[in-house]
Design a protein around this ligand. Structure first.
Ligand code: HEC
Length: 125
């Protein structure tokens, strides 16, 4: 994926596709956190991390549109903070997996999931 070579429509489609994947990965991960299937969760979490990092790159100037609020381009600093918090929360899940710690895994999953609504409330139309 080279954002500079993409049209704004392609960029919007791509970031919506990334978000659909983020939804699918987090939905798949949720029941696994209860049963403590660390290997399976680790695979999904790595995919989630990759797609979330890529999502951050998909808001260049001129790609306004879709359901993305224009506030993203007006206050990039805050938007980046929200994405970075989301990415950090996914990395925290990774640490729980490394430590084979089910209690902190469930806590960190819940923190990760709380980012969805927080960001949508502010930055999604
Ligand atoms: C940092 C901000 C941010 C976070 C965190 C975030 N989202 Fe989003 N999400 C957006 C924005 C912005 C859009 C609109 C993108 C567009 O239409 O261009 C969106 C769109 C979506 C969509 C619609 C995709 C489509 O096909 O149009 C879904 C589903 C979604 N998000 C689910 C989630 C879930 C589930 C989480 C948490 C696990 C999450 N999002 C976390 C900002 C965020």
């Amino acid at each position: 994926m080279i954002v500079a070579d993409m049209t704004s429509n392609e960029i919007i489609k791509q970031r919506q596709g990334n978000m659909s994947k983020i939804k699918a990965f987090s939905t798949k991960m949720y029941p696994l956190t209860m049963s403590g299937e660390f290997d399976e969760i680790n695979k999904i979490n790595n995919d989630l991390l990759h797609v979330a990092k890529e999502f951050k790159l998909l808001f260049p100037e001129g790609s306004q549109g879709g359901k993305a609020s224009s506030l993203i381009w007006e206050d990039r600093e805050t938007f980046n903070l929200y994405i970075d918090n989301f990415i950090n929360s996914i990395e925290s899940i990774g640490i729980s997996i490394e430590n084979v710690d089910r209690v902190s895994l469930i806590e960190n999953f819940n923190i990760m999931a709380s980012n969805c609504g927080n960001c949508h409330k502010k930055f999604k139309n």
